[in-house]
Design a protein around this ligand. Sequence first.
Ligand SMILES: [Fe+2]
Length: 274
Amino acid sequence: MPLSQIVQRVPPVYEKPPPFLARWFPPVGPPSLSQVETEGTAVVSVPGRYCMTHLVEGPESLVLVDVGSVADIPRIEAAVDWLGKPVSLIIPSHLHFDHIMGIEAAAKHFDAKIALSQVAHTFVSNGKRLRFVRGLSFPTAVRVWVWQGAPFFAAEDMPGGFRFGFPWSRNPFGALDNRVLRDGQAVPGLDGWLLLETPGHADDAVCLYNPAGGLLIAGDTVRNYQGGEWNEIMTDPAAYENTIARLEALDVQAVFPGHGPVLVGQGIMQRLHF
Ligand SMILES: [Fe+2]
C-alpha cells in the first residue's frame, strides 16, 4: 500500500542556537527543530543538549521519546504548547544517560507516566544494571561528543541524573506506567504507532514505527551525524545485524534519529551507511 503523504516544516517555536562545535564539526551539520506531519499524526523534533527529543501526536495527547537533560524541558514545553495537547507518556528509546537524564523531571513537570519496553522494564523492576556498550574506543567517544557540540553536564542534571543511564545506574524511575511496551504492539495513546524491539546498540533499544506514514523514531539505532548511518557503537553486534535486516525491510520515508537532523525521503533505510 502506498504511504500517506508527509509534509515537513519548521514549527514556530523558539530554537536555541546549536553549540558552536555542533555547528562546524558534524559532517551533516547540527539538527534543527522540525515538524513532520502525515494523516492523523505529527512528530515534532527538538534538539536537546545530549540528544533529540521527539514529540509524537496522538488523538488526545502527546508521547515524548527521550529527554536527555533537565535543561531541555523549557524548549520541549514550548513545543508541547505549540501542539496544544497534554503529555501522557514518556518513552525512553533505550536507557543510556544521554537519552534519559531528564526523563524523571519531565514526567513530573508534564504530569506524565514513563513507559518502558519489556527488556528495560525487567531490568528496572529487578533493580539490575543493563549491559553497557562494548569496545567503545576513546577516539570514537570523543568524536561523537564533539559532533554533539561537546556538551558538559548541565547543573540541572546533577546529582539526580547520574542515577539514570550510566553503567552503574539502576534507573529508579518514580512515575512508571504499569503497561509494559511489547514488540509489535500499539503504543498507548497513539493511533497507528507500533513499538519495535531493536536490540544491538543497546539490549533494550526500541523504535516507534508508523507504517501508514512510513515514520520511524529510531533512538540510537540510527544516527545522523554523517548523512544517516547505522550506529558504530554496539552492545550486541549479532543482535544489531538482525535489527538492521528487520528495519531495512520496512517502508520508511522519515527517520527521526536520536542524534542529528531528521532524515526525509524515499528508500532511506536502504541508503543508511555504516
Ligand atoms: Fe545510546
